[in-house]
Design a protein around this ligand. Structure first.
Ligand code: UDP
Length: 422
C-alpha cells in the first residue's frame, strides 16, 4: 500500500526546536518510519525551502519529496498558504508520473487543504490530522488570534475528510463541538514515542555531561519557544518557589524566536532569577534523554497542547511532569501518580506543586517509576498498527457501495479562498 504523507509547511527532516518545528515534525517522521517498517511505501511531501534534493531516501520504503511552491527559501507559515495551489499541482504531477498512491494522510490545516483537493482529483481516501486547531487556539486566549479563514478551512477539511485522526479524546470532542466533524469518522490514536531512545539514564552521569551540579534541583522546559507554551508563567512560578537554589533549563528556540527569548530574559532579570535560568537554544532530539534524565521535574505550563510529546518523553525518562490541565496532557499525565495537572494558568499552583516535589525525593522517585511504566501504551509499534487500522477503515469507507466519497468540491473556488486568506 502506498501512502502520500503530506506535510506542506514544515519538513520532518528540519532541525527541531525552531519556532515552527516541533511535535508535528517528530510525529510525521516517526509514524512514516513505523509504517515503512510495517511494509507500507511512504512518500512524505513537503515544500522545497532551500538548496536541497527534490527526492531524498530516508529509510527502506520511505522517501522525502520536496515540491517547489513559492520561493525555495524558508517562509512564514502564513505566507506558505498562498503557494499551496502550486504545491497541489506539483504533488498531483508527481503522483501521476509514478505508480500513484492508495491513500493521502495530511497533517495540519494547510496540508489538509491540499489533501482535500488531491483526494477529489485523484479519487483517493483522505485521512487528516490537524495537530492544532485555530478555533481551539483562539479559545485558549493566550493573546494571539488565528484568522477566521483558517477556521473556515478547517471546518471544510474536517467535514470532507474520509477519516480524522485525533491524538486525544479531548481533541475529538472539540472537533465535533466546534467543527461539526462526524464522530463516526474520527479515530483517537495517541502519538507514539521512541521508548528505546527516551529511557531513564543515570542522573549523576546525565548532569555531569551537561555541566549541571548534583546538589541543586533542576527544572526543565523543552519545546518551541512560542507564547502558547506559557513560559512566562513558569518564570513567575520559579521566582515564587520556597527555595532559591533551583535551576531552570529552557531548551528550544532558534533565531526566529529571538524576540520572545529576549522578553523572557528581561522577565527573568526583573524577577531577580536571571542567574538561575539557562537558555540552551535548540537541542538535538537524540540528546534530549540526557536533559530529561538530568532534571528533577519537567514543567509543561502550556495554554494548550493537542497532545504534548514533551510530557511523554520526560515521563519515558522517569521524570515527573507538572503540566497545565489542558488538551492531550489530560490523557497522558496521571495527576498525583506520574506528576501533577494544574487547572489554572497562573504561577502560584505551579510553584506549590514544584515545591512539594522538590522537597520529596521519595515522592519524585515514585512518580518517576510510575511515569516510565505509564508510557508503554505510546510505543510506536502499537501506535503504527492503530494508524494502519484507520487506513483500512478509510479505504473501506471509500470503497463501500453508495459511498459519496470523494465529496464534491470546487477546487478553483477554494484556491481563491486560500489565497485570499494569506
Ligand atoms: N524538540 C527537540 N529539540 C528541541 C526542542 C524540542 O527535539 O530543542 C522536540 C521535542 O523532543 C518534542 C517536540 O520537539 O518531540 C515538541 O513536541 P510537543 O508535542 O511537545 O510540542 P509541539 O511542538 O507539538 O507544540
Amino acid at each position: 500500500m502506498r501512502i502520500a504523507m503530506v506535510s506542506a509547511h514544515t519538513s520532518p527532516l528540519a532541525p527541531l526546536g525552531g519556532r515552527e518545528t516541533g511535535g508535528m515534525n517528530v510525529y510525521v517522521l516517526e509514524l512514516s518510519r513505523e509504517l515503512a517498517r510495517l511494509g507500507y511505501e511512504v512518500d512524505i511531501f513537503t515544500r522545497l525551502d532551500g538548496d536541497l534534493p527534490p527526492v531524498e531516501p530516508v529509510a527502506p520504503g520511505l522517501r522525502l519529496v520536496r515540491l517547489p511552491a513559492g520561493p525555495p527559501a524558508p517562509l512564514e507559515k502564513e505566507e506558505i498558504a498562498r503557494h499551496l495551489p502550486e504545491f497541489v499541482r506539483g504533488l498531483r504531477a508527481f503522483a501521476c508520473s509514478g505508480p500513484g498512491y492508495d491513500l493521502i494522510h495530511s497533517h495540519y490545516w494547510q496540508s489538509g487543504w491540499a489533501g482535500t483537493i488531491l483526494a477529489r482529483q485523484l479519487r483517493l481516501p483522505h485521512v487528516v490530522m490537524f495537530h492544532t486547531l485555530g478555533e481551539v487556539k483562539n479559545r485558549a486566549r493566550f493573546g494571539e488570534a488565528e484568522p477566521t479563514l483558517r477556521i473556515r478551512h478547517e471546518r471544510t477539511i474536517a467535514r470532507r475528510a474520509t477519516a480524522i485522526v485525533t491524538a486525544s479524546d479531548h481533541e475529538r470532542q472539540l472537533l465535533e463541538r466546534y467543527y461539526g466533524a462526524d464522530p463516526a469518522r474520527m479515530h483517537t490514536v495517541p502519538c507514539g514515542i521512541d521508548l528505546d531512545l527516551f529511557r531513564p539514564l543515570p542522573r549523576a552521569e546525565a548532569r555531569a555531561s551537561l555541566g549541571l551540579p548534583l546538589d541543586r534541583p533542576v527544572l526543565l522546559w523543552v519545546g518551541r519557544l512560542e507564547k502558547l507554551k506559557g513560559l512566562e508563567i513558569l518564570l513567575d512560578a520559579v521566582a515564587g518557589l520556597e527555595r532559591d537554589d533551583a535551576l531552570l533549563l529552557i531548551v528550544g528556540g532558534d533565531d526566529r524566536a529571538a524576540p520572545l527569548r529576549a522578553e523572557l530574559e528581561a522577565q527573568a532579570r526583573a524577577l531577580g532569577i536571571a542567574g538561575r535560568v539557562r537558555f540552551t537554544g535548540a537541542v538535538d532530539h537524540a540528546a534530549l534523554p540526557r536533559y530529561y534524565s538530568a532534571a528533577d521535574v519537567c514543567v509543561v505550563p502550556s495554554f494548550y497542547e493537542s497532545f504534548g510529546l514533551v510530557a511523554v518523553e520526560a515521563m519515558a525518562c522517569g521524570t515527573p511532569v507538572v503540566a497545565s490541565r489542558v488538551g492531550g496532557l489530560v490523557s497522558t499525565v496521571i495527576d498525583g501518580v506520574t506528576g501533577y495537572l494544574i487547572p489554572w494558568r497562573c504561577p502560584e499552583p505551579f510553584a506549590e506543586k514544584l515545591d512539594v516535589l522538590l522537597a520529596n525525593p521519595e515522592l519524585r522517585a515514585n512518580f518517576g517509576r510510575a511515569a516510565r511504566a505509564s508510557v508503554e501504551r505510546f510505543r510506536w509499534s502499537t501506535v503504527g498498527l492503530r494508524i494502519a487500522d484507520v487506513y483500512d477503515a478509510a479505504r473501506a469507507r471509500c470503497a463501500a457501495p453508495g459511498s459519496s466519497a470523494p465529496p464534491a468540491i470546487a477546487p478553483e473556488a477554494w484556491e481563491a479562498a486560500v489565497i485570499a486568506s494569506s
